[in-house]
Design a binder for this molecule. Structure first.
Ligand SMILES: Cc1cc2nc3c(=O)[nH]c(=O)nc-3n(C[C@H](O)[C@H](O)[C@H](O)COP(=O)(O)O)c2cc1C
Length: 339
């Protein structure tokens, strides 16, 4: 394994822990499309293009969102080691796959707020099961919105019954549209309903029961077709909090910003005892993404749609070992290093 000594003055074990924590981030189909290149004075976050999903995510937008989530968790983990991270997004135009350079910006004890988020990282799991009907309180909603704002994004809560009904229709339309696409179906087959031998992909155990087709919020079947409907005495919550994330910036930087904000929102939710799942179809199909932008009356295209509520514990999905996350590229020449 690469010799870590010198990097941020962390021991091998500490750096291993930092990268393992970063790798706990969520990603589309749990593809974990990230690599880390460790240099004595910087950790580079590199997009792993071999893990892109061109059928469902042809522009790599969600790949960058996932990498942004890993970047936020990497920042938290460094704070946990008493190191203040300095981040440069897209540091080198000549190397577009290098999404961020993180350098040490001095030592400082972690704040209680960041410690709370860091402690939540291993407990955060996408929860596709029914939530309870107890609503997310206004102070909890405020904390989620503030988490997004702290990372240069905005979390829109969709409250109006008419808007919610239209968004649900858009999600259903997008879902149907995607299922007619052979490339999307092929990626679902390859990456979901996966067995215990895999360190990536979404195992059947992480899938939830299918919601009622007419009233429920559509989500994907990750069980490889074995998802049943709910037993008679169980049902999905009536009114989950539906929240849409938009980033202040656009383009690739905006995607990375959205990813960092997403993870801050999700970890805030976890720390507050809330659960979340995704309704991404609507932002993956260009027409419905544009319709949703109009519905929200915003200029920035929506990046992520979340269902948030009070769930019951769900199992973790697998992660690749840290040794697989290390980028094998040779260290950049002095003077040619990523700025
Ligand atoms: C950009 C993005 C989009 C996602 N879209 C969906 C989705 O549409 N439906 C879903 O059930 N999960 C979705 N997920 C969640 C991933 O499937 C999940 O993060 C991954 O399986 C890892 O599991 P974990 O979140 O429990 O760690 C998405 C995650 C990301 C980062």
């Amino acid at each position: 394994m690469q010799d870590y000594r010198g990097a941020f003055a962390l021991t091998h074990a500490q750096l291993h822990e930092v990268l393992a924590t970063a790798g706990m981030a969520p990603s589309l189909h749990n593809a974990q499309p990230w690599r880390f290149h460790v240099e004595p004075g910087a950790i580079l976050l590199v997009a792993d293009r071999e893990r892109s999903l061109p059928g469902i995510d042809p522009d790599d937008r969600e790949l960058r969102i996932a990498c942004g989530a890993a970047l936020f968790t990497l920042r938290l983990a460094l704070h946990g080691q008493g190191i203040r991270p300095l981040v440069t997004l897209l540091p080198d135009p000549a190397q577009p796959d290098v999404l961020a350079a993180v350098r040490p910006g001095g030592t400082r004890p972690i704040t209680p707020e960041l410690r709370r988020l860091l402690d939540a990282a291993p407990r955060r799991h996408t929860n596709r099961h029914p939530f309870s009907d107890t609503p997310v309180s206004l102070p909890e909603q405020y904390a989620l919105r503030r988490a997004a704002q702290d990372e240069g994004a905005w979390l829109h809560i969709v409250r109006e019954p008419g808007d919610r009904a239209r968004l649900r229709d858009m999600a259903a339309t997008a879902h149907r549209r995607q299922l007619t696409d052979a490339a999307v179906r092929d990626e679902l087959a390859r990456w979901t309903g996966t067995g215990p031998d895999r360190t990536d992909g979404v195992p059947a155990s992480a899938g939830g029961p299918l919601p009622e087709p007419t009233t429920g919020w559509i989500h994907r079947d990750f069980t490889g077709g074995s998802a049943g409907s709910l037993p008679e005495d169980k049902r999905f919550e009536r009114e989950p909090l539906i929240a849409v994330l938009t980033s202040h910036l656009t383009g690739r930087t905006g995607d990375l910003q959205a990813g960092q904000a997403l993870q801050r929102v999700l970890l805030t939710a976890t720390a507050d005892g809330l659960a979340a799942s995704f309704l991404s179809q609507v932002v993956e199909v260009p027409e419905t993404r544009e319709q949703l932008r109009h519905l929200l009356r915003v200029t920035r295209p929506p990046q992520v749609v979340l269902r948030i509520g009070r769930g019951y514990p769900v199992p973790a999905t697998p992660r690749r070992p840290v040794t697989d996350l290390l980028d094998p590229r040779p260290t950049a020449e002095p003077g040619h290093a990523v700025r």
